[in-house]
Design a protein around this ligand. Structure first.
Ligand code: UDP
Length: 310
């Protein structure tokens, strides 16, 4: 099979490329390096089944070769980018998605959208089920990303209804692992970088807010299964094991054996209080659930940051 992966130099995109190449497929990777990193695609530079195209998917472009599946993972995803890269996020989630949907239609390819638990906003339903419509602030700090991804889902479903396009939507909950950026701003890179240098871990608010962390290769496996399924409607992909941010900080300090203390900082606006996926649909329809335990996955991520920061 031939795959197009956008956001191929990004954190999740690069793991998806790796998995597809390992499975023996042909992969065209696209990225404009807005938040992607060259080091994430360098290992496959000379791979006979990999081709890389540096391209901003919001600009007009044509893909010369036919593909069977388009995985759209192009979009900055760290809250620190929601302000400074607000325009790029709005564009990639609208113009970029529409461009790629048009390409999928022309190519008769299956279109897979990387969506997000941010569609649920600061949720009143816990754990979050796919049928919940969410509680999103349409004008808040996070809105370029949240509403961008909600627009993307609307565009994907419209293409399915109007043109019968084969579409899939995976709603990604907090995902972590090797190849996250140094200075990414998300909680695990921050805590790991701080703990490795014995600096205080910055907990925003009181640290009672919860997240559920999924190891990246588990998530990628979920997306592969989703692409092969017949499921049109969104499916949550994440780890149902919920933790509060204080527990995350403690575990990171413990695993690293760090002398770091905790520094409490203000909670960012609209920071969701709770986040936990209900993965019943993924379990029954895809036969999927994550297998990497949190301490195991955290350790692998710590090892990666240790190497990178050397
Ligand atoms: N967070 C924190 N300290 C940090 C970075 C993040 O306490 O240095 C908190 C943040 O406020 C949020 C949670 O950790 O409640 C997860 O944040 P992240 O930026 O990783 O992603 P989000 O789930 O908010 O999109």
């Amino acid at each position: 099979m031939r795959y197009l992966v956008t956001g191929a130099a990004g954190f999740i995109g690069s793991h998806l490329v790796e998995r597809l190449l390992l499975d023996g497929h042909d992969v065209v990777g696209v990225d404009n390096f807005l938040t992607g990193q060259t080091r994430n695609v360098l290992p496959w530079r000379d791979h006979p089944h990999f081709q890389f195209i540096e391209q901003d998917v919001t600009q007009p472009w044509r893909l010369e070769q036919p593909v069977d599946v388009i995985f759209n993972f192009a979009c900055p995803a760290s809250p620190i980018d929601f302000h400074s890269k607000a325009m790029e996020i709005l564009q990639v989630c609208s113009i970029g998605v529409l461009n790629l949907l048009a390409m999928a239609k022309e190519q008769r390819a299956i279109y897979v959208q990387a969506s997000t638990s941010e569609c649920y906003g600061d949720p009143e339903v816990h754990p979050q089920v796919e049928s919940y419509w969410g509680r999103v602030n349409p004008i808040g700090e996070r809105s370029p990303y949240d509403e961008g991804k909600r627009f993307a889902e609307a565009a994907v479903m419209a293409h399915h209804r109007l043109y019968g396009l084969e579409v899939r939507i995976g709603r990604i909950f907090n995902t972590y692992g090797p190849r996250m950026r140094v200075g990414d701003g998300r909680v695990l890179p921050n805590f790991i970088e701080q703990a490795l240098s014995n600096r205080p871990l910055t907990i925003y608010g009181e640290g009672q807010q919860t997240r559920s962390f999924c190891y990246v290769t588990d998530l990628v496996d979920g997306f592969i299964r989703l692409s092969r399924s017949k499921e049109i409607k969104p499916i949550n992909l994440g780890n149902p094991q919920e933790m509060n941010i204080r527990e995350v900080a403690q575990l990171i300090i413990e695993l690293i054996g760090s002398r770091s203390t905790i520094a409490y900082q203000p909670l960012p606006a609209d920071d969701p209080q709770l986040r936990q996926p209900d993965i019943q649909r993924a379990r029954t329809l895809l036969g999927w659930e994550p297998h990497t335990t949190v301490p195991d996955g955290f350790q692998r991520t710590i090892d990666y940051f240790r190497t990178i920061l050397k």
